[in-house]
Design a protein around this ligand. Sequence first.
Ligand SMILES: [Zn+2]
Length: 593
Amino acid sequence: MFRILPKHRVLYLSPLLAVLFALLGSAPLTVSGAVRDGSIRAETWTETAEERAESAGRAETYYGSYKLQTFDSVRHHTSFEFNAVAARWDATLLENSDVLLFLRTSRDNRGWSPWSTVEPENDAASNTGTNFGNLLIKRGAYMQYRVQLTAPARGKLPDVSSISFTFIDSREGPETRGAASGVAYAAEIGPRVISRTQWGAEEQLRFDGNGRETWGRQYTRPTKAIIHETVTLNHDPNPAATVRAIYYYHAVTRGWGDIGYNFLVDEQGRIYEGRAGGENVVGGHARCFNWGTIGIAALGEYNSARPSLAMIRAIEDILVWKFRANKINPYGHGVLGSYASRDIPNIAAHVDLDGMCGNSHQDPGKNLYSQFPSIRRNVARRLAGVTGTAGPVVDRPAPSAPARGGVKEPSYTVRTGGLGLSLRSKPGMNGQIIAVLGDGIVVQEITSPIDGWVKSVYQGKTGYLWHEYLLERRAAVPPPARRAPGRLRPGASAVIRGTPGALNLRQGPGMESPVVAKMWEGLGVTITGPAQSGWYPVVYTDGSGKELTGWTWGKYLKPGASRGRQAAGTAMLAGTLGIPAWNWRRRRRDQMT
Ligand SMILES: [Zn+2]
């Protein structure tokens, strides 16, 4: 589904994946049947036309000028009990339409878990095509999904032409509950880290059929750390199993060849080695920002839950260790280079990159993000205690102010100092030169860089450009709501602007909170109270004049009154509906066969 603000789920890498496919000529996406990779079991179920036809059916409900259609699938029985599940679907979205996906699990086909929202992992800007959902840590031997399609009443509903689910059982393997946490900080050595061997990484998952690493290792000298959250389970009874499930999901299901983070941290303060390769290996956790950064992921979800002190200490341990080794100032900030040219703190959150290079994940949650000032302070204090200084500075000058009114997708100006820049057929110096671009030419990025090469199109030719000669033209993306508008005070009016269609109204301040309505582009809301970490309490009046209250992310709220009539749009209630029997349109079934 295509949330206006998909919260970060695991990491952002799919363009890299696309390039990997192109390079390898294979798509390691689908695992058919039950596969046993060492101790991890996995199987993928792709719904057949027959299963879709025989399933519970649909309900179609109209809300003013919009309609909502709900479809519940058959209850699929897996061949083994799983502890994690991830979805993949192909959708075609039209203007103002949306696809929402939910799933629930059962161990016995009688007692069922609550429905969990499946958040899309894809770029917020591209609503059509293949989507992967976030990895859900849920146990069961049965799974049922629900799709909700929304569109204007007289418009076409979006198409979901194919849907599949990968079930993972990663419970077999070392348990780390008894393992020591990373807190035993040693100035020279660093904190204790649970190695890949210790958490049971099956290294063969990183290799393709020819024995080659799916994702070749690269090394970088870090100047910053970027902190994420995995949005998996809180109070996880078996965090090592979750790390293994994430590993399988990233390496095999997504086809990336490994975990994207350099480190993962659990609630007991244990530190897990992430990406293979050791010291300073380049991870894949934040598009355009992987080179020169250390990716650290907090296991769990911290918009509603609070991070434990042990978890925060473990994050600080990694930072003290790495910042000391690489002489990084915990209070510093700057840009990573011409490519990733936003001024960000040296201890940054993934959300700080929002809108840059397609990064759109709003993580980590507010209860962890709010700890950043104290994390910086603690790291600085500990570095001072170790080195006798507040830490040497590896800052870079702040970039100039972003250009106004840029383009929607990241695009780049060639800056070579007068020379030509080669567009190559492959990422690498041995790629054939298919065009030479002059200074000042503007190109559009197709995917994030692989090993520093950016896939682009020039005069109809697709090829790769070396990133160092590309200056990013800043996208016309509003700044993150955290630094946002002083004028959105209680009592103020605001207009929804800049969404791809609709903005979610949620019950509470946070992505985990249920959606109560869709609020449409151009319509107005009234702010009813103070913001909380970028979330605003609002009143929204739908097409029938009904007032709906809830919380919404402030990024798309612009001060001012709506010029259009409120009745021009309608709120869509995405609640549970009665579901009469139906069959999907024949055209859809045909598409699947
Ligand atoms: Zn993230």
